[in-house]
Design a protein around this ligand. Structure first.
Ligand SMILES: C[S@@+](CC[C@H](N)C(=O)[O-])C[C@H]1O[C@@H](n2cnc3c(N)ncnc32)[C@H](O)[C@@H]1O
Length: 165
C-alpha cells in the first residue's frame, strides 16, 4: 500500500485541520508568546505554517512557507509553497523564524536548520512533540553546528530557543 507523503497527507486533511488541531496549536503559540515579545516592526518567518491560524496571537509581520498548497489556501498571511530545506529568501531577511510541530516532517533536518539560520537575524523557535523521535536528531544537528539553544516544556511539547549572533 502506498504511504502518503507529508504534503499528500496534509493536503487531504486541510479542510478539517483547524477543527482537529486548531486549539492545541493555539495553546502552543500562546506559550511561545510568553517566551518572546515580537514587535510590530519585526519580520517573522513561519516554516511549516500550515493554515497559520495561531499567528493571530503575535505582533509582527508574518511570512509563511509550507509544501501543502491546500493548507496554505486557508492561510491569510503572505505565503509561499516551499520546503524548509530550500527557503526562497535572501540571507538574514527575517528578524525571527518559528516552526511549530513541523520539524518531524522535514526530509533533511540538517539542511532545514542551515536554511533557517541563513535567513534569520536574531533567533529561531522550533517546537516538537516530546515523544517525537526527531528530538535527539535535532539536538545533535544543533550541537554539531555550534548553535546555542535552550529548551522549555509546555504540556507535551518541547520548545527549542536558538539564539543567533
Ligand atoms: C503538524 S503540522 C503543523 C502546522 C502548523 N505549524 C501548526 O502548528 O498548525 C506540520 C506541517 O509541516 C508541513 N511540512 C511537511 N513537510 C515540510 C517541509 N519539508 N518543510 C516545511 N514544512 C513541511 C506540513 O505541510 C504541515 O503543515
Amino acid at each position: 500500500m502506498k504511504v502518503d507523503t507529508p504534503e499528500e497527507y496534509y493536503n487531504k486533511i486541510a479542510r478539517a485541520y483547524n477543527e482537529l488541531y486548531g486549539e492545541e496549536q493555539l495553546q502552543k503559540a500562546l506559550f511561545l508568546k510568553q517566551l518572546v515579545d515580537f514587535s510590530e516592526q519585526d519580520l517573522i518567518l513561519d516554516v511549516g505554517s500550515g493554515t497559520g491560524h495561531y499567528l493571530k496571537v503575535f505582533k509582527g509581520k508574518f511570512v509563511c512557507v509550507d509544501p501543502s498548497k491546500e493548507l496554505l489556501s486557508k492561510n491569510p498571511y503572505e505565503k509561499y509553497v516551499a520546503k524548509a530545506e530550500s527557503l526562497p529568501f535572501p540571507d538574514k531577511h527575517f528578524d525571527y523564524t518559528l516552526s511549530l510541530t513541523a520539524v518531524q516532517n522535514f526530509s533533511d533536518i540538517n539542511k532545514a536548520i542551515d536554511e533557517m539560520v541563513r535567513v534569520t537575524k536574531k533567533a529561531i523557535y522550533i517546537s516538537t512533540m516530546e515523544v517525537s523521535k526527531v528530538n535527539p536528531i535535532l539536538k545533535k544537528v544543533l550541537s554539531s553546528k555550534g548553535l546555542r539553544f535552550t529548551n522549555k516544556k509546555f504540556n507535551k511539547e518541547i520548545f527549542y530557543i536558538i539564539e543567533l549572533k
